[in-house]
Design a protein around this ligand. Sequence first.
Ligand code: NAD
Length: 337
Amino acid sequence: MRFPEIESPAQNISTYPSLELRAPRIAIVGAGFVGSTTAFALMMSGMPAEIVLVDRDSRRAEGHVNDLRDAEAFSHATQILVGDFSDCCSADVTIITAGVSQSGQKSRMEGLRETGAILHGLVNDVCLQNPPGILLIASNPVDVLTFAAWKWSGLPASRVIGSGTSLDTSRFRRRLAEHYEIASANVHAYVIGEHGDSQIPVLSSARVAGLSLAEFSQELSLPNEESSLARIASKTRTAGGDIIEAKGATYYGIAAALVRIIRAILRDERAILTVSSRVAESMELGEVSLSLPSIVDRHGIARVLPVALNRSERRALEASAEVVRRHIASLSQTIPI
Ligand code: NAD
């Protein structure tokens, strides 16, 4: 039997689609707690068509890939593969989660040199081929590594993003929401600065329903507000350490934060997220990467926004920048930045 030929409506119009279909592809370097949980969360989101896991322990990566594939029939048809650094060249986003686990005795800074060397190798292998995608760094110390990756790669600062304080901001908003007994989606508050002990949960310009926290508290007749809010800020700062003490590592929160950032990128959302990137000179914080509210779209960071700060918050931001700058200098002693 012969099928009739399908004619194009006009002789000179092609029947082939004119737009090349591109399936979103995410590469994850480091298939440990953070990398594998992020792969799972991404798969459940249904956003990427392909997820490639890269780890120096290929057996571990293989194990995660097979485990994740077992979830396919219950979730989304996502291609999940074990790959190598060359797969990062064609990825829309390469997530870096390789590094030193938090479950050991090493602090964020003690793992700096080891993770710095991993990242330097990756940047040499991948970025010198001028990949078109975005580098999204989660490995700690994330601000130092974001700055170093930007310098080493030669990529525009808009395409080298650190997860920064996106996770801390979600912790802060959740705690404020619990305090006021409202939904965290309705709390507009940011943690800025270093993803670390010097971070600044900004209370002065936080808003709920268009009201400052002082006004909202007055509305609810909450007593002794200053000390409650200071406790929330302090609990936000220590939240990661508390989880690590209890179970050795944190990965659900950061995986969700990474998926949120990727959603903003793949869907060109122009979402405002506290991610880490090179800070502009006009901020007068020196040559450093840290988190400020930033507009994130298909091209990465479209714009870094200023935050209204009171005098002590501004001083704390300067001190936080100084902490990151010191660590950048210390990494530079082993690998020039
Ligand atoms: P993990 O030890 O479970 O995983 C790290 C993985 O990296 C391992 O599988 C290891 O084999 C792999 N790896 C190491 N060197 C590599 C290389 N050269 N190439 C490829 N893979 C390599 O650690 P984890 O708990 O998943 O944490 C990973 C990183 O994420 C750490 O730096 C941690 O501090 C950081 N982290 C960041 C946040 C955040 O908010 N930014 C939150 C949690 C964890």
